[in-house]
Design a protein around this ligand. Structure first.
Ligand code: MTE
Ligand code: MO
Length: 201
């Protein structure tokens, strides 16, 4: 980690009250997922960008680690009502990834993020996915992301509930229309803004 990396301050951390309605602060970091960490062979790990980008692309773990990194200071709000403030994530900005794919095509409006855990997915509007503080994180508070928290690499979209931050990220599909992911098909909100309590659809 070098000190020259830009640090992006997530805008929600500048709010006077950083705890969204119906949430309470936790100092621990609970582990939540549908089926636990998948077994990953890092020699075969890839992150794929597919769909409505100009150049579909995928990265091996070595290629991914060589990409320029950013640090993001952000809060993390789980729909089960805990909020963990003051997280520092380091990884590759979603904007950088999209640039490497030649940009999105004009009709792209949404993404679907895929986890390595048996095709787990979650949908995110393109605008949220491309917010300045969104990234594919590989460290948390200076330590490599643990397997239980989605390592080696997970999506982080601070401005949405944490279920939109796909652990064990395998790929991003760029889509014209919105398509529900795993929890969204099971009643969770298509957008998931914690400040508007967009918990259920
Ligand atoms: N691939 C994948 N990502 C996932 C999940 C999952 O089951 N699979 N669970 C989501 C949910 S519901 C939450 S609240 C957060 C929890 O992240 P944490 O375990 O690091 O706190 O991960 C999200 N990302
Ligand atoms: Mo969750």
């Amino acid at each position: 980690m070098t000190t020259s990396e830009p640090i992006i301050i997530s805008p929600d951390t500048r709010r006077q009250n950083r705890i969204p309605p119906g949430q309470s602060q936790t100092h621990k970091w609970p582990v939540l997922d549908a089926s636990g960490p998948p077994r990953l062979d890092m020699s075969r790990w890839r992150l794929q960008l597919a769909g409505l980008v100009h150049r579909e692309i995928s990265f091996s773990w070595e290629e991914f680690q060589a990409l320029p990194k950013v640090k993001v200071f952000a809060d993390f709000h789980c729909v089960t009502r805990w909020s963990r403030l003051d997280n520092t994530w380091e990884g590759v900005s979603t904007k950088t990834l999209v640039d490497l794919a030649g940009g999105v095509k004009p009709d792209c409006g949404f993404v679907l993020a895929y986890g390595y855990d048996r095709g787990w997915t979650t949908n995110v509007p393109l605008a949220d996915f491309l917010s300045d503080d969104a990234l594919v994180a590989v460290t948390h508070d200076g330590e490599p992301l643990t397997g239980e928290h989605g390592g080696p690499a997970r999506l982080i979209v601070p401005q949405l509930y944490a279920w939109k931050s796909a652990k064990w990220l395998a790929g991003i599909e760029f889509l014209a229309g919105d398509k529900p992911g795993f929890w969204e098909r099971n009643g969770y909100h298509m957008h998931g803004d914690p400040w508007n309590e967009e918990r259920f659809g």
